[in-house]
Design a protein around this ligand. Structure first.
Ligand SMILES: Cc1ncc(COP(=O)(O)O)c(C=O)c1O
Length: 368
């Protein structure tokens, strides 16, 4: 097969005329900040995932931080998985907590409840569970061994039916390469009204929204300029420009996820048997295959040579300076060296899938 001219990215967002039109409307409306689009998005998103409350924020990372602050988690031990994006383990450090990184299950790469049981401490009050690549954690077992607060990091599981409903709160991501991308953005969803209200208040320095005050909140006509501030707040709210993109992406989500699952099925069916398939994911945030470890890095180079970008999701978090731990991670150590993420996103067309399958299989035939 001839080598293509342009690089095939491993991940990427797909938008169209609908997003452009939605942005145009917001820009021409004269209200760009947090306003009606954010309110509409919060309402529709909460309905989709089946939570009562949704608070739109600047990112998943800020959402997690806000939940920790609203819950008053400071100086405690936070349990989190070894395979995840660095945010999961670093955000506890922003709040003067310790990050207690535990090993994952071999099949799903999600946090292993047995490890949680073994390594939890008397001050382990929070557990951050990541639905790795869109595969849900074993929440039933986690609840048996951990009776603290579970923050479900749903950055990869937007949206799989039932996702987000097992934790005490779910935090979503609309970052540029997620399944519902908007450049950046996040959402906190929960059934806990008190937590939702507090998070909402804290998204803008504890000030009530300008939009609601512009709607005559005081009962008087005109803009109600005055406000009270009763707590320490931050600047973590989503704006209408982002919410407008999110609303369009949400309409396209079923179609987009269907295509991602199609890529997954074709890879599963047609890749060389040397390639270990990932567990089934409804969102396929990443198609994380496993290859013989001695071939992983040379395969990355080989595929890059053929203009195919790949990646590794993820390098274990305990390998990064501020997150170093004094412990053995047998599953992570044996598995992460095999991880190879192949392109899977909504910019791809059928010929791109053919192309990846051809070159991965050619590598296997010629080298393994
Ligand atoms: C598991 C996980 N958690 C959190 C984040 C952070 O999300 P955001 O970029 O929206 O802050 C990411 C981003 O890749 C992620 O993969």
């Amino acid at each position: 097969m001839e080598i293509r001219e342009n690089m095939l990215p491993v991940l990427g967002p797909k938008g169209g005329e609908e997003e452009v039109q939605a942005l145009r409307e917001v820009i021409e409306s004269g209200w760009w900040g947090k306003g009606p689009k954010v309110a509409q998005f919060e309402e529709e998103f909460a309905k989709m995932v089946g939570h009562k409350y949704a608070v739109a924020v600047t990112s998943n990372s800020h959402g997690q931080d806000l939940v920790m602050k609203a819950m008053g988690f400071k100086g405690i031990d936070v349990i989190n998985p070894a395979i995840s994006f660095i945010a999961t383990a670093m955000i506890p450090l922003w709040n003067d907590c310790t990050s207690n990184i535990v090993d994952v299950k071999r099949d799903t790469l999600c946090i292993n409840p047995e490890e949680v049981e073994q390594y939890k401490k008397s001050n382990s009050e929070l557990l951050i569970a990541v639905d790795e690549a869109g595969v849900l954690c074993d929440y039933k077992e986690l609840r048996k061994v951990f009776d603290g607060f579970i923050l479900q990091d749903t950055a990869h599981s937007c949206w799989t039916p039932g996702a987000g409903l097992d934790g005490d709160v779910a935090v979503w991501s609309f970052q540029a390469v997620k399944t519902m991308p908007a450049g950046d953005g996040g959402m906190i969803t929960t059934n806990d009204k008190q937590l939702a209200d507090k998070c909402r208040e804290m998204t803008w320095f504890g000030v009530s929204s300008t939009w609601s005050r512009a709607q005559g909140q005081s009962g008087k006509p005109g803009y109600s300029w005055d406000y009270e501030v009763d707590l320490l707040g931050y600047k973590y709210y989503m704006i209408d420009i982002i919410a407008a993109i999110c609303l369009e992406q949400m309409k396209k989500l079923p179609e987009h996820l269907k295509f991602r699952r199609h890529v997954q099925s074709r890879y599963n069916a047609e890749l060389n048997p040397m390639i270990e398939r990932p567990p089934h994911s409804e969102t396929v945030q990443y198609y994380v295959s496993r290859v013989p470890s001695e071939h992983r890095d040379s395969m990355i180079d080989y595929l890059a040579d053929k203009k195919i970008h790949t990646s590794v999701h993820f390098k274990p978090l305990y390998k990064y300076g501020p997150l170093k731990q004094d412990r053995e991670y047998p599953v992570c150590e044996s598995e992460w060296v095999k991880l190879l993420t192949l392109p899977c996103h909504n910019r791809m067309v059928e010929e791109d899938i053919d192309y990846v399958i051809y070159w991965v299989n050619k590598y296997c035939e010629d080298n393994i």
